[in-house]
Design a protein around this ligand. Structure first.
Ligand code: 13P
Ligand code: SF4
Length: 331
C-alpha cells in the first residue's frame, strides 16, 4: 500500500510520536548512526541536503553516483535523503530492499512538470523515436523511456543513440537545449523546468561578477540558456565540485542549489564560494524546498519506524528498470 505523507504522519501520531515530539536533548546524529547499525541500513544523501545530513551519509553524491551506489549496496534498508524520484530509482534497482525517504513530500518541480498521461500522448506523436529521460522524473515516465540519463552522463547517453534517429528528450527543456548544442543532435524537447535553477538572475550575476572580477562563474545545466551562455563551466553537481578543485581560481560564483557549497568549502577550504543571486532578493530560492523537507528529526523518525516507505507495483518496477539499467550499463 502506498501511503501519502499525511497518512504517514497520522500513523506516527497514532503511535504517539510526532516529529515535534522528538526530545530536544536527544543527540540525533548519534541516534541515527546507532539505528543505521542496528537495522543494517545505509544512508544515501544528495549534495543538496543540509550539511548535518551530508555528514551522516554512507554515500554522498550526485544523482548518478547515488544510482550507482544503490546498485551495489548490500544493506537491508536504504534510507534516501534526497527527493522522491531518487528514492524511487533506488527502489526500482532494489525491488527486494526496503527503501525509505524521510519525507514523502520531498518531490521535484521538474518531475512534476511531466505528468505521465500527457507525456504518453506526446511521445505517441513520434512513433519509433528514442525517448531519453532525465532521471528527474517519475517511475511512470521512466517506464515510457528508452534510456534514462543524469546531468553527469547525458551527453554520453545521447551519443550512444545512432546518428539520424529521432530523439525525444524530457522533462528538462534547459538541459535539453544545452545538450542539443553540445551534441549537435536535433532533439524534440518536453517543456519542463526546475524552479530552483530557473530562479537565477542574469542581471544580478553579471553585477556580482563585476564585484568579483577574478571569480569563475559555474552553473548546473538545468539553468536557463542566457545564464549558461555566460558560464565559465557547466556541469552536474559532481562536475562542478571537480572543477572547483582542479581550477586555479580561488573565487567561484555557483549557480546551483546552495547545498553543494558545503562540500565545496570542505574540499577547498582556502577558496571562496558565492551562491549565484536569484531574481527575488527576499527569497532563499537557490535552496530546493523539496530537498530541504528532509530534516534530521525526520531522518531519525524514518529510520526508527522504517517509514515512509517507497512502494511500487512489480509491473511498474519491471518497466522502469530497463531504461535505468541501460544507463548504468553505459558506465
Ligand atoms: P545532479 O545530477 O547534478 O545530481 O542534479 C540533480 C538535481 O536535482 C539537480 O537539480
Ligand atoms: Fe528537482 Fe530542482 Fe529540486 Fe533538483 S533542485 S530536486 S530539479 S526541484
Amino acid at each position: 500500500m502506498h501511503l501519502t505523507q499525511d497518512q504517514v504522519n497520522e500513523r506516527l501520531k497514532s503511535k504517539g510520536f510526532l516529529a515535534l515530539d522528538v526530545p530536544k536533548d536527544l543527540d540525533l546524529a548519534t541516534e541515527i548512526k546507532l539505528l543505521k547499525k542496528k537495522k543494517n541500513a545505509v544512508l544515501l544523501a544528495h549534495y543538496y541536503q543540509e550539511a548535518v545530513i551530508q555528514e551522516l551519509a554512507d554515500y554522498l553524491g550526485d544523482s548518478l553516483y547515488l544510482a550507482q551506489a544503490a546498485q551495489k549496496v548490500s544493506a537491508e534498508i536504504i534510507v534516501f535523503s534526497g527527493v522522491h524520484f531518487m528514492a524511487e530509482t533506488a527502489k526500482i534497482i532494489n525491488p527486494n530492499k526496503k527503501v525509505i525517504l524521510p519525507d514523502l513530500k520531498a518531490g521535484c518541480s521538474l518531475a512534476d512538470s511531466c505528468p505521465p498521461s500527457d507525456f504518453k500522448k506526446f511521445i505517441d506523436q513520434y512513433p519509433g523515436a528514442h525517448v531519453v529521460t532525465y532521471i528527474n522524473c517519475s517511475a511512470e515516465i521512466k517506464g515510457l523511456s528508452t534510456i534514462v540519463c543524469t546531468s553527469s552522463n547525458a551527453k554520453r547517453v545521447i551519443e550512444s543513440i545512432p546518428e539520424g534517429e529521432t530523439i525525444i528528450f524530457a522533462p528538462d527543456k534547459n538541459l535539453g537545449h544545452y545538450l542539443i548544442k553540445e551534441t549537435g543532435r536535433n532533439m524534440i524537447l518536453w517543456e519542463g523546468s526546475c524552479i530552483v535553477h530557473e530562479a537565477f538572475s542574469f542581471e544580478r550575476i553579471v553585477n556580482l561578477s563585476k564585484t568579483y572580477p577574478k571569480a569563475k562563474f559555474i552553473a548546473h545545466p538545468e539553468s536557463e540558456s542566457q545564464i549558461l551562455e555566460i558560464a565559465d563551466y557547466i556541469g552536474s553537481t559532481s562536475g562542478l565540485l571537480k572543477f572547483v578543485q582542479e581550477n586555479s581560481a580561488t573565487e567561484f560564483i555557483v549557480a546551483t542549489e546552495a547545498g553543494i557549497l558545503y562540500e565545496m568549502e570542505k574540499r577547498c577550504p582556502n577558496k571562496t564560494f558565492i551562491p549565484a543571486p536569484v531574481e527575488d532578493e527576499t527569497c532563499a530560492c537557490s535552496e530546493c524546498a523539496y530537498m530541504k523537507l528532509n530534516t534530521l528529526e525526520k531522518l531519525y523518525l524514518c529510520l526508527k519506524y522504517e517509514t515512509p516507505e517507497i512502494k511500487l507495483s512489480d509491473s511498474l518496477i519491471e518497466k522502469a528498470k530497463l531504461p535505468i539499467v541501460k544507463m548504468l550499463d553505459l558506465g
